[in-house]
Design a protein around this ligand. Structure first.
Ligand code: GTP
Ligand code: MG
Length: 394
């Protein structure tokens, strides 16, 4: 009898010990106090590294460790980068152009005198960088004159004079602000035009982000109705920042989609309506007429506040003739020069402004969503020449 009792007690003891053995590790895990961030991160890494990876889930299921509730099903809306100082942050993207300008000039610095060779090399690097023949001649002539008047001897001094001349050639007094603010409760309307593949849709998306970062509300109009994919592309950009898109069926009249977009923008009281248009070659008369119609129809709601011509910097001087035709069909108020990250010819900015007489307002410096910067002549020249001076303020 006592034997049975002893066996029963022994079994009971084993059961209790076994139970504790199972429970203790869990109890040990649960009451961990909140850890400083770095320690939490370490713990997460440990969990990832080995078998205990299951444990936190088991704990969760007990309901003891409560994670914050998962956010509502609304798509996560991104918070874009602020725009201030972007050109400075993105200056390394101009590295190809920097090689032409900055490194070229660096080579000259070893010279101790300003001789004809120096002038020729400066001229060459400006032309290579697509500044254009006329502008180059003008810049070099002014530079020669100033060095003569100032008695400049060293190439180092010349460098800062060149910077000043390049800034001057970019007409720093031009108004480069984007007119995006609503007037008397009516949204500002921006029309985005240009040849195929220049970066119009991407630029619309990037501008929408900039405006939203600045606290504005935006509506996007997909007046590129040639391909459904074009409207999808715009809608994707809009969705990321929580903006509405107005689109029509494939093949719809772009002018009526643009009209509807602005109408909707007025109804919903957004601050800015951005209208993306289809890429069109300047020599296709029908397409250019269509663009003229988009403009006229949109203007039934009121004047367009800003018409941005998007130009691909990598097309260099060829892009300039295309650009001129656009300015005849719509009243272009600003140029967006895209893909400056992909060219050694940053000087095209000077040529564009000179040829068109229209300010470059924005520059595209990459495919990323925030790779668009307001254009600033002094910062831009600093970036091109690889100087550190005023480029640090933004
Ligand atoms: N590297 C670089 N790529 C850019 C830039 N801007 C646009 N792109 C790229 O250029 C390509 C064309 O851009 P889109 O915005 O579709 O051009 P689009 O003018 O709307 O083209 P269409 O509507 O077909 O006429 C895309 O692959 C973009 O990512 C830029 O500043 N830098
Ligand atoms: Mg497009």
């Amino acid at each position: 009898m006592t034997d049975y009792l002893l066996i029963a007690l022994a079994l009971l003891g084993l059961l209790i010990l076994g139970g504790i053995g199972l429970v203790v590790p869990r109890l040990r895990r649960r009451p961990q106090p909140p850890l400083p961030r770095t320690e939490v991160d370490t713990r997460a890494e440990e969990d990832l590294a080995g078998p205990p990876v299951q444990a936190p889930e088991a704990d969760l299921s007990t309901g003891v460790l409560v994670e914050p509730p998962v956010e509502a099903p609304a798509p996560t809306v991104e918070v874009p980068e602020p725009t201030a100082g972007r050109l400075v942050r993105l200056r390394s993207r101009l590295s190809r152009s920097q090689n032409v300008f900055g490194k070229g000039l660096l080579g000259l610095l070893s010279r101790d005198r300003l001789d004809e060779d120096v002038w020729e090399e400066i001229e060459d690097s400006l032309i290579t960088a697509d500044v254009g023949v006329d502008a180059t001649r003008e810049i070099v002539d002014r530079l020669r004159e100033r060095t003569r008047v100032l008695g400049t001897r060293s190439v180092a001094e010349l460098r800062s004079l060149l910077a000043a001349e390049l800034v001057n050639a970019l007409d720093p007094g031009l108004d480069r602000s984007l007119h995006t603010a609503p007037k008397e409760g009516v949204p500002a309307v921006l029309l985005v035009v240009g040849v195929n593949g220049a970066g119009k849709t991407t630029t619309c998306g990037k501008i929408a982000r900039v405006l939203i970062a600045d606290g504005r509300s935006v509506l996007l109009g997909a007046a590129d109705t040639f391909r459904a994919a074009a409207a999808d592309q715009l809608q994707t950009w809009a969705g990321r920042v929580g903006a509405e898109t107005v689109r029509g069926p494939e093949g719809a009249d772009p002018a009526s989609v643009a009209f509807d977009a602005v109408k909707r923008g007025i109804e919903t009281g957004v601050d800015t309506v951005l209208v993306d248009t289809a890429g069109r070659l300047q020599n296709k008369i029908g397409l250019m007429d269509e663009l003229g119609k988009v403009k006229r129809v949109v203007e039934k709601h009121g004047p367009i506040d800003e018409t941005l011509l998007v130009l691909d910097a990598t097309t260099g001087q060829n892009g300039l003739e295309q650009a001129r035709v656009f300015t005849e069909v719509v009243n272009v108020t600003g140029v967006v020069l895209t893909k400056l990250d992909g060219t050694a010819k940053g000087g095209i900015v000077i040529a564009v402004q000179r040829k068109l007489g229209i300010p470059v307002k924005l520059v595209g410096l990459g495919e990323g969503p925030d790779d668009l910067a307001p254009f600033d002549p002094a910062q831009f020249v600093d970036a091109l020449l690889g100087t550190e001076s005023s480029g640090q303020t933004a």
